[in-house]
Design a protein around this ligand. Sequence first.
Ligand SMILES: [Zn+2]
Ligand SMILES: [Zn+2]
Length: 268
Amino acid sequence: MLDRLNVFSPTGRKIKLLHYLLILLALTLPFTFSFPIDLLGFSISLFVYFLTGCIGITMTLHRCLTHQSFEFKYKWMERLGSYLGAIQGTGSPLTWVIVHWEHHKHADTEKDPHSPDKGLVFLKNDKYDSFKFNLLEYRHIIKDKFQVLLHQYYFLIILIHAAVMFSIFGMYGLYWGFILPSVIGITTSIINNTFAHSELGYKRYKQDNDSSNVWWVALLTFGEGWHNNHHAEPWDWNFSRAWYEIDITGSMIKFLLSSKLAIQGEKW
Ligand SMILES: [Zn+2]
Ligand SMILES: [Zn+2]
């Protein structure tokens, strides 16, 4: 299985094209609907961004699958979260996990897949193809056939998702339920990868990387902006270290743990 899997197939140029296309389509919004007055549409976008960004990317792909800081009690919860993370349009969960883990191992060095040392970090996927890493480290996700399916049919899944939104809700659903939330997700990923590794914010833990705690990034990304805390203790599902460091995802995981719908990770 490992040798037959092209880890970066759903990234590279194709995913960059997808991002450009989504951004271009989002720019036509003001000419299509009564933007920005359409409060219902905007609320739908924010809700979908919460599902894909918070439950999908932050909770499932990042804190569960990459760092294994907790496990969902039921496999279907992990799979639903992975699916939600996938349909945001920022790449397959498998690629996300590997790229992020490599980022932690090589943060702010030449080997970092998205170091902000050269300005804004657009999702530099074309760089990934040349990366060398040990796939055995990612056995826990690669052995799951569902994850491999999400990876190998990534663009088809995105296309089906967009088609379903269109067939049920028409252009309205396609724009507010898919295109805009995806563009919000792409933008906040760029913001997080750039400004949470910068001189903005504060550094609670002294480390040999530039990770920083930036409150407004945390607000936009459901807690991810407490990034210096996270790099210091990546096994911890809770990114907050003080009452004023609001970590929405961490609070939700705390709730799942207390209601026995999640299990603490092994490093605890
Ligand atoms: Zn980082
Ligand atoms: Zn991380």
